[in-house]
Write a protein that binds this ligand. Sequence first.
Ligand code: ZN
Ligand code: ZN
Length: 179
Amino acid sequence: MNLPTFKYHPDPIATGSIKPSDDKCECCGQQRGYIYTGPVYCVEELSECICPWCIADGSAHTKFDAEFTDSALIGSYHQPQQVSPAVVEEVAFRTPGFSGWQQERWLTCCRDATAFVGRAGHAELKSRFPEAAEFIRNYCKMGERWPQFYQALSSEGSPTAYVFRCLHCGTHVGYTDCD
Ligand SMILES: [Zn+2]
Ligand SMILES: [Zn+2]
């Protein structure tokens, strides 16, 4: 069974937000073979019990009034949210989120939400996402402390970087946090 397509989170298995599981989905009641492992913002406790299909078709949002990314935190650091309410809804209500050390943000570019690529450390930023490293460096304004911080970034540990790709201009952007 193919997973649903998520425009803003194209490979949720690679990012760890969806994993194979025999658990039943709390929303549709079916064993679909996959379960969502990321954050769920709602009144009920819904940790690791929603299937990707119920995220994609909006039914988990409707049934539990759940958000998978805090809609208030969709936007770039530099500007206020510059995306339409429809985009905010697609990211917050119908896209798997991801687990950060701190409250997650979802970056935007070209007046649209970006696609979440995953966590990255120094090695990944240097080899695959140098633009994202530059974006983060410009944002952090750490001056001469940057090289040490950059070296310390780890894809599995803390601090870590979260990398996103713009669906329009193709550039990679990102931000960092730590535990
Ligand atoms: Zn389901
Ligand atoms: Zn862009």
